[in-house]
Design a protein around this ligand. Sequence first.
Ligand code: LLP
Length: 437
Amino acid sequence: MTTTASPPGQPGLQPVIRTSIAGASVADLARTHGTPLYVYDAEMIRRRCRDLAAWDTVRFAQKACSNLAVLALMRSEGVVVDAVSTGEIHRALAAGYAPHAAPGGGGGLPPVHPIVYTADIFDRESLEAVAKLGIHVNCGSADMIEQLAERVPGAGITLRVNPGFGHGHSQKTNTGGEGSKHGIWHEEIPDVLRRAEWAGLAVTGLHMHIGSGADLVHLAEVAGSLERVALEIGRSLTTISAGGGLPVPYKPGEVHADLSGYFTLWDAVRKRLEDRFGHRLRLEIEPGRYLTAESGFVITEVRAVKKQGARKYLLVDAGFNTLARPVLYGSYHPMSLCPADPRAPATGAEEVAVGGPLCESGDIFTQTDGGFVSTRALPAAHVGDLLVIEIAGAYGFVMASNYNSKPLPAEVLVDGGVARLVRRRQTPEDLVRGETV
Ligand code: LLP
């Protein structure tokens, strides 16, 4: 439960007290599983999957949150997956996804590929895996075409095209334009089509992804670019993908994007192409953040409260080893407090900087892009209180590290108020496994 008047999923305008997540007590979760701890709300993930029901295919960019239990939940919602590495292919298989499409997609649509390998290169391991398992490939470089053709003659492929522009919440998450290594440059299409034909591969899919955390105005521009490139490719196409990038509100005042308007725009592109080609086209979307960000929380414990001159710091037991987004991008995550003593009334908001345990100055959750320490209004906190970092379900655990020889945290999925451990915390033995003196 939270004590703000904010709509669900929307960061509060007032400092918040949070005592439960999806019906499970924050204090109990911390007591049972220790801190720092990742907690996911299963119902929120389901809700976000269902928001996108208008699309023929929702393909989860599992890099955002690839715990097997989350993937299994996606599968039960009819969501398929994208894999960017051999490891992600193995995760998808372990969660129950079939490696390749069953024939017939229903309603005249082409079959859906349960797993698509999307990358700008094949390392030797991934080429081996896609060839052996028959996994569909989305090629971000023309060199991948001949490499695949040698191993899988006659395969169908998707082309990931860089439309010449991009957008993201940070320059580091912009994946279009000359400043990005991603995708096949839009002006190279005629040459790439010749290479595919020469190699004996059919281009059945077209995909564009211009960045992560983009705004809908920029995302909407992709539809026009994709339509132009689709006409260059022609009738071999059976699937078009709008990529990912859907934003979610992190900061007070931000709101959810107009998803139905966005779908309508893409659906119109699809229909025009269907008319030109004379056959049905599958329309895919490939979100990561949208499906899991709001479901995820990091529970940490306040371990020190100190003043450095005029500035007050809360030091918690999670650091950028636990959640890297603030140090990498200056990302804002809402925070709330769960007092150790539930009877103690929360006293007035105060501006505090929040940092972690790492031996590095950048280990600050309240920082802006460029590494400048900022502060957050939180109820007065004491050692032993729990601090909850919110909207942490996308690019959270998956980007955690063992820096400073810290174990990776545990992950818990809460469904119907019941909490289930879905990944145990690493042990000291895990940290040195595989090493020798
Ligand atoms: N498709 C492709 C080909 C991608 O590269 C990505 C994200 C997605 C889909 C999903 O994008 P989303 O819907 O989540 O925006 N670590 C950064 C985000 C990096 C995104 C990488 N690619 C962050 O924490 O903001």
